[in-house]
Design a protein around this ligand. Structure first.
Ligand code: F6P
Length: 319
């Protein structure tokens, strides 16, 4: 193996740059040439590739986003797209690839491996919704961003004695809501993985008020419903002075935390080592603080399990 390609695909996540740096520098330390592929699979198909030097990844470990840009490109599910991508890999003489992204990105990586180009996936998404890894790159930073916002909202909620419904990202997963909810001292955490009853939540808010706690923080995962809808339903059960806040894409930005940078560095270096050992069609994880890898096909069948202990713990802590 002489030439490795790197791409970021799907929604960007803080720490992707740290991962790109780790892949590039580890590969160069083995004497491999490294090619950056811009805009994920869309850029691969279009031939938007460039040779990277050590300096191409200088000063990026601190930066959020991805210097390789990213795109969602469902067209790569079609064979036509895959064959065009392979043509480009042949043209540039690239033997193997590291794909940093989420579930969708892994499907593309598996197709490339099936066509003879070993590809290794790194879990880069704020959602933390990838099976066989305890944490994904970007999750810790996003949680910290959300906690910072909850802290700020708490100030105004307390001053006006209001209830706030704060909608956080996560697609179908409740991880961001669970972690940020516990860390931010939320009174209620609503996630897709647990049933909930608006009436019970309204009663809880009222009993907290009766006991003297006049402001309430509800952290709502976007996979459940939108904050405005939740608030409208809540208001049917009482005269709440409630407001809703959608944190949105602010959760995807910012300088990665030390934890995300270290996770990205470890995973990036490991990905190159696995490719060097001739492996492909696999995805890297961090399980119980150990680097692991699994077949991508296992990941598609596996189910991500959020830490629902946090949900149970919060029920007792928020009283
Ligand atoms: O997967 C990351 C994520 O930020 C999700 O939490 C969110 O649902 C989605 O991407 C938003 O996607 P887009 O940026 O394409 O609107």
């Amino acid at each position: 193996m002489k030439k490795i390609g790197i791409m970021t695909s799907g929604g960007d996540a803080p720490g992707m740059n740290a991962a790109i740096r780790a892949v590039a520098r580890r590969a160069m330390s083995y004497g491999f040439e490294v090619y950056g592929i811009k805009y994920g699979y869309a850029g691969l198909v279009a031939g938007d590739l460039f040779k990277m030097e050590r300096s191409s990844v200088g000063d990026i470990i601190t930066r959020g986003g991805t210097i390789l840009y990213s795109a969602r490109y469902p067209e790569f599910a079609n064979e036509e797209g895959q064959l065009k991508g392979i043509e480009q890999l042949k043209k540039f003489g690239i033997d193997a690839l590291v794909v940093i992204g989420g579930d969708g990105s892994y499907h593309g990586a598996l197709r490339l491996t099936e066509h003879g180009y070993n590809a290794v996936g790194l879990p880069g998404t704020i959602d933390n919704d990838i099976p066989y890894t305890d944490f994904t790159i970007g999750f810790d930073t996003a949680v910290n961003t959300v906690v910072e916002s909850i802290d700020k909202i708490r100030d105004t909620a307390a001053s006006h004695e209001r209830t706030f419904v704060i909608e956080v990202m996560g697609r179908g997963a409740g991880d961001i809501a669970l972690w940020a909810g516990v860390a931010g001292g939320a009174d209620e955490i609503i996630v897709p993985e647990r049933p909930f009853e608006i009436k019970r939540i309204a009663q809880n808010i009222q009993s907290l008020r009766a006991r003297g706690k006049k402001h309430t923080i509800v952290v709502l995962a976007e996979g459940v419903m939108h904050a405005q809808e939740f608030m409208d339903q809540l208001k049917q059960y009482g005269d709440f002075d409630a407001r809703s806040t959608v944190l949105g894409h602010v959760q995807r930005g910012g300088s990665p935390t030390a934890r995300d940078r270290v996770l990205a560095s470890k995973m990036g270096a490991y990905a190159v080592d696995l490719l060097k050992a001739g492996k492909g069609g696999i995805a890297i994880g961090m399980e119980k603080n150990q680097l692991t890898y699994h077949q991508m096909t296992d990941l598609f069948e596996g189910r991500h399990r959020p830490d629902l202990d946090l949900y149970e713990i919060n029920k007792t802590l928020a009283k």
